[in-house]
Design a protein around this ligand. Structure first.
Ligand SMILES: *Cc1c(COP(=O)(O)O)cnc(C)c1O
Length: 415
């Protein structure tokens, strides 16, 4: 038997049925008109923003990294609660534009930006986090052609990385950002060309649950920003300290103590070099804000035994939820928090492997987990599914129907 990840405490049950935002899973399935579906409880996202604000120094701005979950209702909700949005593509930029985002609080990072994406960002007035010298040259040329002053920041590839993170994006040779020693020369060129130089973006990793690693990374980022500012001879208007706050996915994951991160950051900010006195600092988070607010719900289509092992075959799988199948940034498949949503809290009677309908052994939602008595027609819930779910999955693989996405807020369902 393999353990499952921790089910977020915010979810209630009623007579054995999982409740999400005050609605029972079977009711949600009827209202949605199909399974599988993802449901995002926006009230849980609100609670995360409030927790962040209470834990962090007041002067820190919070941005939402849209790539974690680009559903328009999620964007609109988090846009109303945070100080800005971070994009990773021109497509995301179009989405937030259509959601009515204030472009002076939107930034766009990511390697390999195409000219039309640069043009869209510059013409909308979003800040480009430049990922290479070449990109800087193209951005300046486009801005000149359009006759506008571009807002440009430089993404720095720092010499350090976020230790213990699920995905490291800094330290050593990386496709992200510009090596720190080449940054001052580039910034001087941007300023000389008349650009509105915004500052630095220092993003060194994702999915960390380690207070010391995050705090050290933030301290090092502030110190690096000060060194770069001295080398350039100018104060950056803003410094994006990255994010990397993780959430628990598997059995041994312990939730991040954000309150401790906040107090360590307070100390680091008070001790900062005078050249950064008037700099606006921000943190950009994706999964920590929305990850635990989402649940993926599928229905059991078949119940079968093979060589003494029980399998539940569901209508959902890795085509909608690659991450839960262990194939998105996980080295070895470990179980997400998964439950039979129709029989919450019921006594377990054995173990089962929960698979999807795809013809590949990779298509597993949970391996060998303890289960209660469950039948065809019961619902399976995969928690911690609000970030990197549907939008990070191979939805066309095997041409199965698309999953729906719905949101609940204040007990009301929006399809
Ligand atoms: C992916 C990414 C994020 C969001 O990461 P989370 O782990 O979801 O918080 C933020 N910023 C950048 C630059 C990214 O690439």
């Amino acid at each position: 038997m393999k353990p499952i990840g921790p089910i977020p405490a915010a979810f209630a049950t009623q007579q054995g049925e999982l409740m999400i935002g005050g609605c029972g899973v079977s009711d949600l399935a009827v209202r949605t008109g199909q399974t599988p579906f993802f449901v995002y409880d926006l009230d849980l996202a609100t609670a995360q923003v409030e927790r962040f604000r209470a834990a962090m120094p007041n002067e820190i701005h919070l941005h939402y990294a849209v790539k974690a979950n680009p559903h328009p209702a999620v964007i609109k909700h988090l846009m109303s609660l945070t100080d800005g949005l971070d994009m990773a593509s021109g497509g995301e930029l179009e989405r937030v534009r259509d959601c009515g985002a204030a472009m002076e609080h939107v930034s766009f990072a990511g390697p390999g930006k195409r000219d039309p994406e640069l043009e869209l960002a510059i013409s909308l007035g979003a800040t480009l986090n430049l990922e290479s010298e070449n990109e800087a040259v193209r951005a300046l040329a486009i801005a000149e052609r359009l006759g506008v002053t571009p807002r440009l920041a430089v993404r720095v590839n720092p010499d350090f990385e976020l230790k213990g993170s699920g995905m490291s994006m800094g330290g050593g040779a990386k496709p992200f950002g510009i090596d720190q020693e080449r940054v001052p020369a580039l910034v001087r060129k941007l300023i000389a060309a008349g650009a509105d130089w915004r500052g630095f973006h220092i993003y060194s990793g994702s999915q960390s649950l380690d207070v010391d690693a995050i705090a050290e990374c933030q301290r090092a980022s502030i110190a690096l920003a000060a060194d770069l500012a001295h080398a350039i001879g100018e104060t950056p208007k803003s410094v994006n300290l990255g994010g990397g706050f993780g959430i628990p996915y598997t059995a041994n994951d312990v939730p991040l103590d954000v309150e401790s991160v906040g107090s360590r950051l307070s100390q680091a900010l008070s001790a900062r070099d005078a050249i950064l006195q008037d700099t606006q600092f921000m943190i950009e988070l994706g999964r920590w804000l929305i990850g635990e607010a989402g649940v993926y719900v599928a229905k059991i289509l078949d119940r079968k035994e093979s060589k003494g092992e029980l399998f539940f075959v569901t209508d959902g799988g890795m085509h909608h939820h690659l991450a839960a199948s262990g194939n998105f940034g996980m080295v070895m498949k470990r179980n997400y928090p998964v439950a039979i949503a129709s029989h919450m809290g019921a006594e377990t009677v054995g173990s089962a492997t929960i698979v999807g309908p795809l013809c590949t052994p990779l298509d597993k939602l949970a391996a060998d987990m303890a289960v209660p008595e469950a039948q065809i027609g019961d619902y399976v819930a995969v928690f911690a599914s609000g970030a990197y779910g549907l939008s990070a999955s191979p939805v066309h693989f095997l041409s199965h129907p698309m999953a729906s996405e719905i949101v609940v807020k204040g007990g009301k369902i929006t399809i």
